[in-house]
Ligand binder design. Structure first.
Ligand code: ADP
Ligand code: ZN
Length: 729
């Protein structure tokens, strides 16, 4: 009982509790707690709210004693779910304060399986009464034999019709009985035989083991080249966590692409982990949430939203591929799951492990400042060597007109296929062509809702916007000048590269892997199986082929357009390109046969290309730091973006100007903008941006709060606050 509640007992008033509701509100609501109700902090309660019922969480804060008792509504019910752990409540408060979001909006992410809070439906079965009866039909005898252990069994396991069972009940032979809840998750066995670790893996494992034994908050960066066995090493820390009887949380950037990871987990621990991602069925979601809350899910592997699950006894948080921008959530509460994972671990006072072959500059800066410790795995496992990366200068060796593969790459693919090995072509662009242009009048096919070109998807004969989902049939003639047969595709997408590959390598068995051809986890697992079992010779894919896969037969990777991510002037364009291309390159030569990577580029002298060719990631990081640090760009300073949008163009620009006029004027802080966003229209809304940049020692949240309090925005204008922005569109 909180002190506030105790105090209120003395004055013989109804007990009051402060409740947070999962609504986009920052305020708490007070309710009276009827006599006989116990609702310690964290309890899920049903309360009246404006004529309906809502479910909220009792918060450990002083109720508002000024509210007249007569105006106080009463808690209707305390739900039979385990109370939300204090560490999660502190985490919700922290995320709300850091991201400038209403606490209720963050709570909503922690209550994303409302069905889990209801009383679990009792599953009914049958049990023997023990009143044996001499004359039993064979059917009845079989049922009694199945029930001989005295426990309740489900009807479907008794191999008798329901008429027979009802008849036996009437005869007093059996009676209905509640079944125990089905165990959903088997305990992964930490002592299940795993691989024998190499000496360098052992030494890193030993250091992680000491961290696990210490059992308190500490952040470790596990850095290792692609194929060095990082996964095996952190699974060992998961094993330590299991031996302590605590729960481990592992975040993966794309859980739908993680079939190979799940196979390895099962091989290491003898059973599958619990999963958490947006595609779970409602029933699995409910059961998983409940299992986590009851401590019955020892290891949970999930997407970023798994941070908000109610672990009662968290022992370890792992973030694999910590540099991935997929960890940034851009809608609703805007947060970076890698950074919040560190906070989550701190709130529970447990170790956190960040894993990457190409760590983010943010994490490296924390290592340099001594806040995080780094452990390195410098070589590939099992004697495999890192692939040799070569630049293919498109100015010297251009592809044929209208083609996208340069002659040296074509030769390399031929040779690879002739040796019976597999090759991969990587192009980070879905569809057939990113632009459709009229040869007659120069008209470009553009999205009606966004500042974006429509991407041709030839197989479906459609043009699609990759930002808002708008799609239209490919027009037979130019909508501008009416000329027929004048629309031409400009530039390649994976479908077009596949078309070229079909002409060049007609014998090769090809597979296109893009998010629209591989729609879900099952399709991704099937594609991976076909590649592993050598049913495919040539893989053509977007960034979904870059992630974590281990294909032992793959020895050549060709990057069709290595320059693609460098345009646009984004703060992290170079960093992201290095990370992505290094990751793709890391798919080559993971077994005995050596790997080779060819990067097609128009600017081989670019520092990014040079760093990749020389495999000099440290040199690249040093150069990035030298470029960012003097002007306090992250991670050597802080950024927050304000994105103003409205369906009304004038309202949007006026609101942006008002915000700009009231911008903070503080030493060490610069406000850039307002300016129309690079994507000045998105989903039919006009957009403007402001960017606040502060020296590292300055907390931006109080500045932002004061700033926003000085401005009142009209209803038709929306403001999104993005602390530590990743996207600048
Ligand atoms: P990374 O995550 O660093 O890219 P992985 O953990 O995926 O590396 O390991 C690469 C491959 O090597 C995987 O197939 C993994 O099973 C295998 N491997 C790593 N360490 C060992 C080991 N000690 N014994 C056997 N196989 C290993
Ligand atoms: Zn669009």
């Amino acid at each position: 009982m909180t002190p506030a509640v105790a105090k209120l007992i003395d004055v013989a008033e109804p007990l009051r509790v402060s409740v947070l509701l999962p609504l986009p509100l920052s305020s708490f609501y007070d309710y009276a707690l009827p006599e006989g109700f116990a609702a310690p902090p964290g309890s899920f309660v049903e309360v009246p709210l404006g004529g309906r019922q809502a479910i909220g969480v009792v918060w450990d804060r002083e109720p508002d004693s000024n509210l007249h008792p007569a105006r106080l509504k009463a808690v209707r019910a305390v739900l039979p779910a385990p109370p939300m752990p204090a560490a999660l409540r502190r985490f919700i408060e922290w995320v709300a304060a850091y991201t400038l979001s209403p606490a209720g909006a963050v709570l909503r992410m922690a209550m994303s399986a409302p069905a889990a809070l209801e009383t679990p439906a009792l599953r009914a079965g049958w049990r023997a009464t023990g009143q044996a009866n001499a004359r039993l039909t064979p059917e009845r005898a079989k049922v009694l034999a199945a029930l001989a252990d005295g426990a309740a069994h489900a009807a479907e396991n008794l191999a008798a019709s329901s008429a027979v069972l009802r008849g036996m009940a009437r005869a007093g032979l059996i009676e209905p009985a509640a079944l125990p809840p089905a165990p959903r998750f088997q305990r992964p066995d930490p002592d299940h035989p795993g691989p024998t670790l190499s000496t360098s893996q052992q030494s890193v494992t030993q250091q992680l083991h000491e961290t696990m034994t210490n059992c308190q908050f500490a952040v470790t960066l596990l850095r290792g080249v692609t194929g060095s066995g990082k996964t095996e090493v952190y699974l060992d820390a998961v094993a330590d966590c299991l031996r302590q009887g605590r729960q481990a949380l592992v975040l993966l950037p794309e859980i739908a692409l993680s079939s190979q990871w799940l196979d390895r987990f099962a091989a290491r621990f003898g059973t599958a982990p619990a999963l958490w991602h947006s595609e779970l069925s409602p029933a699995t979601r409910r059961d998983t949430w409940r299992a986590v809350a009851q401590g019955a899910a020892p290891v949970l592997v999930g997407a970023r939203s798994a941070l908000f699950l109610p672990f009662p006894d968290l022992g370890l948080v792992v973030v694999d591929e910590e540099h991935e921008s997929a960890f940034k959530q851009e809608d609703g509460v805007v947060y970076h799951a890698r950074d919040m994972a560190v906070v989550r671990a701190r709130m529970s006072n447990v170790p956190c492990v960040l894993v990457s072959a190409t760590p983010s500059l943010e994490t490296l800066a924390n290592v340099e400042a001594g806040r995080y410790r780094a452990l390195d795995l410098p070589t590939r496992h099992g004697g495999a060597s890192l692939p040799e990366v070569a630049l293919l200068d498109l100015r010297r060796d251009p592809p044929e007109r209208g083609r996208f593969l340069a002659p040296p790459l074509i030769t390399a693919i031929r040779e690879t296929l002739a040796r019976g090995e597999q090759a991969m072509l990587f192009l980070n662009r879905r569809g057939y062509a990113p632009l459709t242009l009229c040869r007659g009048c120069g008209h470009r096919m553009q999205c009606p809702n966004c500042t974006a070109w429509l991407v041709e998807h030839r197989a479906q004969r459609r043009l699609q916007c990759h930002h808002c989902g708008h799609a239209e049939p490919t027009p037979p003639k130019c909508p501008q000048c009416g000329a027929e047969h004048s629309l031409v595709p400009i530039g390649p997408g994976v479908e077009r590269v596949q078309e070229e590959a079909a002409l060049l390598f007609p014998e090769a068995r090809r597979l296109v892997m893009a998010s629209d051809t591989i729609p879900g986890p099952a399709a991704a697992a099937e594609a991976a199986r076909r590649i592993e079992e050598r049913e495919v010779d040539l893989v053509i894919g977007t960034q979904i082929v870059a992630k974590g896969w281990h294909f032992p037969g793959l020895t050549l990777v060709g990057v069709v357009d290595a320059d693609i991510g460098l345009s646009g002037g984004d703060l992290r364009a170079s960093e992201r390109t290095v990370q992505l291309l290094h990751q793709v390159a890391g798919r080559a030569g993971r077994a005995e046969a050596p790997g080779r990577v060819l990067l097609q580029t128009w600017s081989p002298e670019h520092p990014v290309m040079q760093a990749l060719a020389a495999n000099d990631l440290d040199g690249f990081v040093a150069a990035e730091k030298a470029a960012r640090a003097p002007d306090h760009w992250p991670p050597y300073g802080r950024l927050a973006a304000l994105i103003i949008s409205s369906e009304d163009a004038v309202a949007a620009s006026r609101a942006a100007r008002d915000l700009g006029l009231r911008a903070p004027d503080v030493a060490g802080v610069t406000v850039l903008g307002p300016a129309p966003a690079p994507m000045s229209m998105l989903r039919g809304r006009h957009r403007h941006r402001l960017l606040l940049k502060a020296e590292r020692g300055i907390a931006v949240q109080p500045l932002l709060r004061e700033w926003l309090a000085r401005v009142s925005l009209p209803n038709d204008v929306r403001l999104r606050v993005d602390v530590d922005p990743v996207s600048f569109l």
